[in-house]
Design a protein around this ligand. Structure first.
Ligand code: NAD
Length: 346
């Protein structure tokens, strides 16, 4: 699809994005993108990372994540998502940003939309794909961290986990966990799920079939002995596990090994640098190390489930720009059909 150069810029607010998203199945979109990625039909450059310390002493960062999904109608764009850890205390969202779509022919931007909801939805959708690859039922689920990602995860996981009886919640701010439980109580009860607030992370993790860390920690704390031998950890916040969990896991699955490996800050990238972890096609380091078993996309293409009977499975979804860009494109298409959004002159 090629547009006239310098045509108006299509803009969608967060409310527009929410309305359009209600007409889309984000889990199907995420699975399609993972498959396309495994077939080599995407371009996912390393993310651009700018970090700084604010005048108030908080860690702030800006991520720029471009991506391209190929095919007959290529989709090209980027997500800019920023965050400051001081925002939580200010009572405003920690993260905020914009997703842009580019004309594949002229490269000119043609749409711009609120990124936070798309980012949270695509992240939860990838988690839902991962959990859907389990062979064992999920009776107890744990969320560590009860912020924006937990909201999105609840929205996509609750309707998909028919065997679920309990969702254990933990947040280092007990008021956040209590508020989350209150907000979602009725929806959970309607599908027969009990929301419980745990006093510690360990209490939430113990006995849970699936554990989803959704915190902002930069240092691991989840110990191997806390986890059921059949547990799946969907390590969304990327730094909650101790290395011992990854080293002892029966299976380690990522969304993109190159992205995970290139990142020197989060756990798996650090383990790679320390020679504790290596990729499928890489030579084994000269010391005992864990091999990454593959990607979610490869499992989907081969229609192979997770090996969740043999030990803990770690799924480490780094977060791919192509997920944002593909979902943003679906949002743009839905918004156009629904007649929502505004046009900004250039
Ligand atoms: P948020 O700020 O809205 O919520 C985070 C919550 O975690 C807060 O309620 C906070 O109190 C809680 N928390 C912080 N440290 C904790 C700890 N040690 N134990 C328990 N709770 C703790 O953040 P969010 O938007 O929900 O994002 C959560 C995480 O997900 C972030 O780290 C973000 O970078 C990550 N993320 C990952 C991906 C991915 O694809 N892998 C995508 C988007 C976001």
């Amino acid at each position: 699809m090629s547009r006239q150069p310098m045509s108006d810029l299509f803009y969608l607010t967060r409310a527009d994005v929410a309305q359009a998203l209600s007409h889309i199945d984000p889990v199907a979109v995420a699975a399609d993108v993972l498959r396309a990625h495994a077939r080599g039909e995407t371009v996912v450059p390393d993310e651009g990372y700018l970090g700084w310390t604010t005048a108030d002493g908080h860690s702030a960062r800006s991520l720029n994540m471009p991506g391209l999904v190929g095919g007959q109608e290529p989709v090209v764009g980027t997500k800019i998502i920023n965050a400051s850890l001081g925002n939580t205390a200010r009572g405003i969202p920690r993260a905020d940003g914009l997703t842009f779509l580019f004309d594949p022919e002229t490269a000119h931007p043609y749409a711009m939309m609120d990124a936070a909801l798309i980012s949270a939805t695509r992240t939860a959708a990838v988690s839902a794909v991962a959990v859907g690859l389990r062979t064992r039922p999920v009776l107890r689920l744990a969320f560590l961290g009860c912020g924006a990602q937990a909201d999105a995860h609840l929205g996509l996981l609750l309707p998909r986990l028919g065997d679920l009886t309990e969702l254990a919640l933990y947040d280092q701010r007990p008021a956040a966990a209590a508020a989350f439980a209150e907000k979602h109580q009725a929806a959970a009860e309607a599908v027969g799920v009990r929301l419980t607030v745990a006093a510690t992370a360990q209490e939430a993790v113990r006995g849970s079939d699936v554990v989803v860390p959704l915190t902002t920690v930069t240092k691991g704390y989840i110990r191997a002995e806390w986890l059921l031998p059949t547990a799946t950890v969907v390590h969304v916040s990327l730094d909650d596990l101790l290395a011992e969990v990854v080293l002892g896991a029966a299976q380690v699955v990522v969304d993109d090994w190159q992205l995970v490996r290139s990142d020197p800050r989060r756990l798996l990238g650090r383990m790679y640098r320390e020679g504790l972890l290596y990729g499928q096609d890489e030579p084994e380091p000269g010391r005992p190390a864990k091999r990454v078993d593959g990607t979610l996309g490869e499992l989907l293409l081969k229609e192979t489930p997770l090996a969740d009977g043999d030990g803990v499975t770690v799924v480490n979804p780094f977060g791919m720009s192509v997920q944002d860009v593909a979902l943003a494109h679906r949002v743009f298409t839905a918004a156009t059909e629904l007649g929502i959004g505004s046009r900004l002159p250039r």
